[in-house]
Design a protein around this ligand. Structure first.
Ligand SMILES: Cc1cc2nc3c(=O)[nH]c(=O)nc-3n(C[C@H](O)[C@H](O)[C@H](O)COP(=O)(O)OP(=O)(O)OC[C@H]3O[C@@H](n4cnc5c(N)ncnc54)[C@H](O)[C@@H]3O)c2cc1C
Length: 365
């Protein structure tokens, strides 16, 4: 007999797993179905930066709540609150920095500006050519490679079944719900949550809905272990750099530089044309990096829609189906927006507004 649930969650990334936990707390029998290992997608390969300075203004209240949740998870996810600096190296960047950070501070982020002379004392490993800098004491990072392990343990503890290595290949609606065909048999459920990251468009198409989801192919690099160069998260006014040195001495470098490939191909590829400027900017910001070799660079898929706001709500035209994805900075915001999404599915009023997926069709008609 096909096992039946109140809700099937397709996608075992941070958004799928965290929402399943909320739904289960609310009394729903949920199952998580994941094509590979839990946390193998963006949630497990991202740069782990938890920075209010790189969040969009409208998402700031969600990011602040996300930070609170990461702080509560602590060592289990490698959480560190180090504070973070964002740097400008010329007047144009300084103007950009002041304009952006003032808006983010107004939205509630505890961001202040720091004189370059103070910066040199507080973080001596940074480049001496800084023209302006902002500081946020709440910034930090967690270890994304622990995402799968962490959520597997949470699902087990909450007795939420999950199926790994089970790709959903077809979804058929019927009167009381949905039948999902997977590479390891069928599952049926009354409701459905699609939380499949960069693969969202392919999966919603199984239900005849063509969401305009595109995937960015973000690049991250890690160096060999080295002596202490910086103690805080370092960013750049353009948003094209995030950098932090882990306790073991390795330095993780990101900034949203694009690789090649597509989710359909399965894996992205490094593009040397973007990797080299990413690393050059990192070395300019932290000159001591020139002494460290890059051990590995990799890519991951981050989904988005044209307005770069989340999709969080009912899937248009398919009663009983919901979608959660395309959350910019989704690692930071994930634990919180998943709670809101869970509440919405449970029929409760979420404490903050969600982001109705129907808008992406209205915007194009
Ligand atoms: C390289 C990179 C760096 C990033 N850095 C940061 C950062 O520093 N800070 C930050 O806040 N955010 C960062 N992000 C964004 C963040 O990682 C994502 O927003 C977040 O992880 C998205 O979570 P998700 O659950 O929606 O997607 P994912 O983690 O991708 O999960 C989706 C899951 O669905 C599964 N799936 C897909 N199709 C199917 C199917 N047919 N059947 C079953 N399962 C399926 C996939 O295998 C995958 O595991 C970064 C993203 C990338 C790619």
């Amino acid at each position: 007999m096909t096992p039946s649930y109140d809700i099937a969650v397709v996608g075992g990334g941070i958004l799928g797993c965290a929402t399943a936990l909320r739904l289960s707390e609310g009394g729903m029998r949920a199952i998580v179905i994941e094509r590979g290992d839990l946390g193998q997608g963006a949630s497990g390969v991202n740069a782990g930066t938890l920075s209010l300075q790189i969040k969009r203004v409208k998402l700031m209240p969600y990011a602040l709540e996300g930070h609170r949740r990461w702080a509560a998870l602590g060592d289990a996810v490698g959480y560190r609150e180090t504070g973070g600096y964002t740097l400008a190296f010329n007047e144009r960047e300084a103007n950009l920095l002041h304009e952006r950070m003032a808006l983010k501070a107004e939205a509630g982020a505890p961001i202040e500006f720091v004189a370059p002379s103070d910066l040199a004392k507080r973080e001596p490993g940074l480049c001496q050519q800084v023209v302006a800098a902002s500081w946020c004491a709440k910034d930090g990072y967690a270890n994304s490679s622990l995402t799968g392990r962490y959520y597997r343990a949470r699902l087990l503890a909450a007795q939420i079944p999950y199926r790994e290595h089970s790709a959903v290949t077809a979804i058929e609606p019927f009167e009381q719900g949905f039948t999902l065909r997977t590479s390891h048999g069928e599952v049926s459920s009354r409701r459905l949550l699609l939380a499949c990251g960069g693969w969202l468009q392919d999966v919603t198409k199984m239900l005849g809905v063509d969401l305009p989801v595109r995937a960015r192919i973000n690049t991250v690099s890690v160096t060999e272990r080295g002596p202490r160069l910086v103690n805080t998260v370092v960013g750049h006014a353009t948003g094209l750099l995030t950098l932090k040195q882990k306790a073991n001495g390795t330095v993780l470098i990101g900034g949203g530089w694009q690789g090649q490939g597509s989710p359909r191909e399965g894996r992205g590829r490094i593009d040397l044309g973007t990797l080299v400027p990413n690393l050059a900017l990192a070395q300019y910001a932290v000159p001591g990096l020139r002494r460290l070799r890059i051990l590995r660079s990799w890519t991951g898929f981050e989904a988005n829609v044209p307005d770069f706001y989340p999709l969080a709500g009912a899937l248009p035209g398919v009663p009983g189906a919901f979608v959660l994805g395309c959350v910019r900075g989704g690692y930071t915001i994930g634990p919180y927006i998943s709670e809101l999404m869970g509440d919405f599915i449970l029929g409760r009023e979420p404490e903050r507004p969600l982001f109705d997926p129907a808008r992406v069709f209205e915007a194009t008609t």
